[in-house]
Design a protein. Structure first.
Length: 160
């Protein structure tokens, strides 16, 4: 398997995971597993961890299984690389959602990047709904383009 094939599998899996995460967020987290996700929509959180953090494990399990299967089958099979793609998305999710958006770790506070501002805005719009119904903006890295346009306009106004 060539390095380009491996890269394509890892990158393709990471991109695909955004759509898996969107569907899981909309239909599972705001559906039958709302009991795990609901504390994430409350204004007051108790402690550093939430029940919602269980979804890290739920998403990590397939990645770990694919790493194990892939390592047993050898590097010429896609399983290891699919597992790596899921892991890459998990790392992106942690950095963007937990550090950048929710500031669980106080890094990446200030940005002048329209894309990052649009991510933050879409997530804020998602969290204005405290119940499981009437949600919007379920994605993390792919958000409605209107938020990007708003962020670009706000940044242009700040510069002038």
């Amino acid at each position: 398997m060539s390095i380009w094939t491996i890269f394509a599998i890892v990158a393709g899996t990471a991109v695909f995971m955004e759509f898996v995460a969107w569907a899981t967020h909309k239909y599972v987290m705001h559906g039958f597993l709302w009991s795990l996700h609901s504390d994430h929509h409350k204004k007051d959180h108790y402690g550093f961890l939430e029940r919602n953090d269980a979804f890290f494990l739920i998403f990590a399990i397939p990645s770990m299984i694919l790493f194990i299967v892939g390592s047993l089958k050898g590097l010429h099979t896609p399983w290891l690389w699919i597992g790596l793609g899921i892991l890459v998305y998990g790392i992106l999710y942690f950095v963007v959602h937990e550090i950048f958006i929710h500031q669980r770790i106080k890094w990446l506070r200030n940005t002048k990047n329209a894309y990052f501002l649009s991510i933050r805005k879409a997530h804020k719009v998602h969290h204005k709904h405290l119940g499981k119904e009437d949600g919007e903006c379920f994605g993390m890295l792919v958000v409605p383009f209107k938020y990007y346009r708003e962020a670009r306009k706000a940044l242009a106004q700040q510069r002038s």
